[in-house]
Design a protein around this ligand. Structure first.
Ligand code: ASP
Length: 448
């Protein structure tokens, strides 16, 4: 006879079953792994910084450097193809020449204006609020080797910078891809994408080809991101040793990092809860409170998945069921926006570049701030709607003003929680875009 287990036993079984389920889940969680990688990195740096890792020529230190450069190179390796194909993929998702002619202009105008507002908001805010400057920079620029700059910030003539940008933009696609010229890559991708929509028949196999290439690139990106914890570990070990984090400035640095994160989150929330709803109110006749309530579901999905692309089906449904937007509009504005329109990402990249420039003791001239502005915009347009996707493009923002690439490690440590909020705002921007485009194309007004 099988005895029914006592209450205590069944409680125990339940708890142990649950813990079996929960423990592996936590270990599989990338954010948790990154946190552990960073923590181990600091511990190893502190413990062995004066011992086994003190000699830069030692094998142990060389292994750390190898892991670090392998990870950064793997990330860098993906920038050009990822931005190029994801942008073409976004544009061909329009799929319809008539729609492109009808609502393409107003859609792009909306994307452009709101992204511009987000970056300007970020840059103006940090002009007044830059709490991290209470503490000194962590690296002297003399010790950091500036990478080659894309736009030479030495020049103080805006016309000269504009002509440099133009010559970068109008480069042949192969040379732009090979030389990691992000402005050229984005320009070519937009032109090629538009030309494909206009010149090819709908059933052309080239469309399917681009989608498949994108799926392959995203798979490779997923593999690279799996190594994030190891990459971060190596970068943080090196960072801890080089900066002497154990010598009393670690608390300052952590405070700076926290201040930066809080500022980014506050600004992103301000953009998402004040600026965008006001735009929706003025141009879409939608009361802010009601709107935020109606779109709460896709915002929660975006927040929890950190992926605009993964949120697309929910956003489509909300546009249809809650906002009464014509599906021909949402099927144009939302998929394109999931790639091209990322207000939260642009704001994050601009503020992050200014923050890192301070940490690395790099003084930003007006022209350099203009470069940050421009590159944040271009890189947010090119980033696919995936978790942490903007980190690859972020490298280009850093390169544009000569911030060493390894600075990206600082962002990677705090990147996961920040990605949640900025993705929600990215998705919100797309939905409000659909609302406004729907109204201005002269359709029947949205259900209130
Ligand atoms: N996770 C963001 C999105 O999907 C992209 C990024 O900023 O990394 O919209």
């Amino acid at each position: 006879r099988t005895e029914s287990p006592s209450t205590l036993e069944s409680v125990f079984v339940t708890i142990s079953c649950k813990s079996h389920g929960v423990v592996p889940l936590i270990f599989k969680n990338l954010t948790f792994q990154i946190f552990i990688g960073a923590l181990l990195g600091v511990a190893v740096g502190l413990l062995f910084g004066d011992g086994a890792l003190a000699n830069p020529d030692s094998d142990a230190y060389q292994i750390i450097l190898l892991l670090k450069s392998a990870f950064l190179s793997a990330l860098k390796m993906l920038i050009a193809p990822m931005i190029f194909f994801s942008l073409i993929g976004g544009i061909i998702s329009i799929g319809d020449v008539i729609k492109l002619r009808e609502i393409g202009g107003i859609t792009v105008l909306y994307y452009f204006s709101t992204t511009l507002i987000a970056i300007v908001l970020g840059l103006i805010a940090i002009f007044f609020i830059h709490p991290w400057t209470m503490y000194p920079a962590i690296v002297e620029i003399q010790t950091a080797i500036p990478e080659s700059r894309m736009i030479d910030p030495g020049s103080d003539s805006i016309v000269l910078v504009l002509s440099q940008i133009l010559s970068l933009a109008l480069t042949n696609p192969v040379s732009a891809l090979v030389n990691l010229n992000i402005i050229g890559i984005v320009t070519n991708a937009i032109l090629i994408g538009l030309a494909m929509v206009l010149a090819l028949p709908k059933q052309s196999s080239l469309f399917g080809f681009i989608d498949q290439v994108n799926a392959v690139i995203i798979q490779v990106l997923k593999w690279v991101l799996k190594f994030l914890p190891i990459g971060i570990f190596a970068i943080i070990v090196d960072f801890t040793i080089k900066l002497g984090v154990g010598e009393g400035n670690s608390a300052d640095f952590l405070t700076q990092l926290l201040q930066f994160s809080m500022l980014v989150i506050s600004l992103t929330l301000f953009h998402g809860m004040v600026v965008l709803p006001l735009i929706a109110w003025f141009f879409g006749d939608k009361s802010p409170v009601k709107l935020l309530k109606q779109i709460s579901r896709p915002l929660i999905v975006a927040f929890s998945t950190s992926s605009s692309a993964a949120t697309l089906p929910v956003s489509m449904r909300t546009c249809d069921e809650e906002l009464g937007i014509d599906s021909s509009v949402s099927s144009f504005v939302l998929p394109l926006g999931a790639t091209m329109n990322m207000d939260g990402t642009a704001l994050f990249e601009a503020v992050a570049a200014v923050f890192l420039a301070y940490l690395y003791g790099i003084e930003l001239t007006t022209i350099m701030i203009f470069s940050v502005f421009l590159m944040s915009m271009v890189s947010s347009i090119g980033a696919p709607g995936m978790p942490s996707a903007s980190m690859a493009g972020m490298q280009m923002v850093l390169l544009a003003v000569g911030i060493p690439l390894e600075a990206i490690a600082i962002l990677l440590v705090i990147e996961r929680p920040l990605d949640t909020v900025r993705t929600a705002v990215n998705v919100e921007g797309d939905i409000i875009g659909a609302l406004i485009v729907n109204k201005y194309r002269g359709n029947s007004p949205a259900r209130q």
